[in-house]
Ligand binder design. Sequence first.
Ligand code: PNW
Length: 480
Amino acid sequence: MPDAVLPQDFLWGFATASYQVEGAPHEDGRADSIWDTFCRIPGKIADGSSGDVACDSYHRTQEDVALLKQCRAKAYRFSLSWSRIIPLGGRSDPVNEKGLRHYVKFVDDLRAAGIEPMITLFHWDLPDALHKRYGGMLNKEEFVKDFENYARVVFKAMGSKVKFWITFNEPWCSSILGYSTGLFAPGRTSDRTKSSEGDSSREPWIVGHNFLLAHASAVKAYREDFKDKDGGRIGITLNGDWTEPWDANDPADVEACNRKIEFSICWFGDPVYFGKYPDSMRKQLGDRLPEFTEEEAALVKGSNDFYGMNHYCANYIKHKEGEPEPEDFTGNLEILFYNKAGEAIGPETQSVWLRPHPPGFRKLLKWLSDRYGGPTIYVTENGTSLKGENSLPLEQLLQDDFRCEYYRGYVGALADAYDKDGVDVRGYMAWSLMDNFEWAEGYETRFGVTYVDYKGGQKRYPKKSAKVIGDIFDSYIKTD
Ligand code: PNW
């Protein structure tokens, strides 16, 4: 028997994102997103692939619902493709009823199966037309208004069918990976070997600022015109890893640990809860970090009904001496897998950035709860890839014990945070329901509890973890 319990109404399930699973990029009037165009540039995706077919989920909604049922999921977090709904993206552009109907029907099907839909409005796939028209997220005036318009179209179509809304998924990733390192769409960076355009020292901070304003405008719209009658809640999902000092006896490393979290999570979290950026960021970035006008600060402050948390791993952190580089986005520090004593933070996975460390999940839940005054938290992603999984024969691959252990460790840490530390965490979505298009890594890296046979007609085969997750939650959730 576990020594911690989760409440009876704890909402658990699985997550995916539109571009990673849907395929059907040109069907029923959908237009390109920045990921469609990015994938066409040679060298950007490890295996030269794209989301053109992916899991073919656009044609297999029934199969996906059945899979969720089979896994005993209570909820499903998925994202909408903006360019299916408004192909050209903008507030004066036509709405594509076919695209919109597809999602309304999917929501109806989920609800009929007793699965709570949790909708992410934006999981990185900006309509390409908006990127070309005015620079997408770099353009505050246009982007904020167009996102609010898109959100309103969706709120109106879904009405009271949807109770959980997430505006943006991981704005850190779209800002830093899309506008600083250039690894993600639209691939802008100061590194001229990768892109002829971009300014890593400025653009990510502008994009981040505009995400916050777009988020807050959509939340205001929902609260003013939909929330009372439709009864949903809305928030933003932020990603962030736990940090441990490289040298626990060096106060500068201990301080750098906090600073790393501020640069990755509080960049967005502090404006949402406090109406301002962290002091550590202002100090390092100066006027490259945009200022909120009084009106903007008031709009952004208080714009979460819940905190959406994506969490995967932890790192050791070593402070750096001297002036930070203008392109630095970490807080002037090194992100490491080994500490001073040579101990690893966790085992290797297929993802170069991901080393599991379950105790960090409990610590970060508490850290965030303390910083933001005990907000309601929904964990909107957590999961792992497995080193070499893609090269295993099918029978072996389906016995994903490493992933089962990961979930045992992380869900255990979550239950401890709830039951022992008093963190108000009410839901958990595993990443992912099935293997899917893992962005710049293509299909080599698998995160699913379900194997997808990309060469065999996208057939799905549940792995051991697909059943184990349900067993883990059964063991923690109070039944009396
Ligand atoms: C998240 N990093 O992305 C995303 O929300 C998912 O779409 C994705 O498939 C999943 O995690 C697994 O990668 C991340 O480099 C991508 O630190 C990269 C990083 C973190 C999160």
